[in-house]
Write a protein that binds this ligand. Structure first.
Ligand SMILES: C[S@@+](CC[C@H](N)C(=O)[O-])C[C@H]1O[C@@H](n2cnc3c(N)ncnc32)[C@H](O)[C@@H]1O
Length: 188
């Protein structure tokens, strides 16, 4: 899968979808004040396409549970690629920004995951993530692909709140719903 993932993304209509999804994420990123040389963590980095969302000078650690994906990602400009499950992050508080793009549909316990993200983020750090919407396209993916979990947007916002992550903005597209959260200061 890792070897065909990138070529597939260049073929229409997937190319058009990928481009629209990327534009939506970049617009959300423009709402943050994360410095170009910030410390980022890309959770479920795959072969490294989500690395392109943050500036080249950012210090980015990728995390993925698939050894093949992680091997490909190693050439994508990460400071390090760590083989781990994002449900059990082996990090202390260290990051200004966390990304989790195209991954949460494979994760059942997103409430626990949010707590981990909050634990590795500095105060006022940002978290950008996506889920799959409840559409016919997702239904087709669920029918013919691997097991996918559907999470409701209002549930995502609540899980974020419970973990100390406040919603900054949310955007809808045919194939993805994106959320930008910010870690609240203890005094907020
Ligand atoms: C569709 S790819 C998305 C990759 C990348 N974020 C992107 O935007 O192109 C999903 C990735 O999430 C990884 N993944 C799924 N569940 C995971 C988990 N629990 N822990 C670590 N990685 C996970 C998969 O191995 C896969 O590489």
């Amino acid at each position: 899968m890792a070897a065909i993932y990138s070529p597939m993304r260049r073929i229409w209509p997937l190319s058009a979808i990928v481009s629209a999804e990327g534009a939506q994420l970049r617009r959300l990123l423009e709402m943050t004040d994360v410095a170009p040389n910030s410390r980022c963590i890309d959770l479920g980095c795959g072969v490294g396409h989500s690395r392109e969302l943050v500036p080249a000078e950012a210090w980015v650690v990728g995390v993925d549970r698939s050894p093949r994906m992680a091997r490909h990602a190693a050439a994508a400009g990460y400071r390090a690629v760590v083989l781990a499950d994002i449900g059990q992050l082996p990090f202390a508080t260290n990051f200004d920004f966390a990304l989790c793009i195209g991954v949460l549909e494979y994760v059942a316990a997103v409430d626990l995951f949010f707590r981990q993200v909050a634990a590795v983020l500095h105060e006022n750090g940002y978290f950008l993530c996506t889920i799959s919407p409840n559409t016919k396209i997702t239904a087709l993916r669920r029918r013919f692909g691997p097991l996918l979990y559907l999470h409701r947007p209002e549930q995502m916002i609540q899980w974020g709140e419970d973990a100390g992550l406040r919603l900054v903005a949310q955007r809808y597209y045919l194939t993805q719903i994106s959320f930008l959260f910010s870690k609240q200061c203890a005094a907020d």
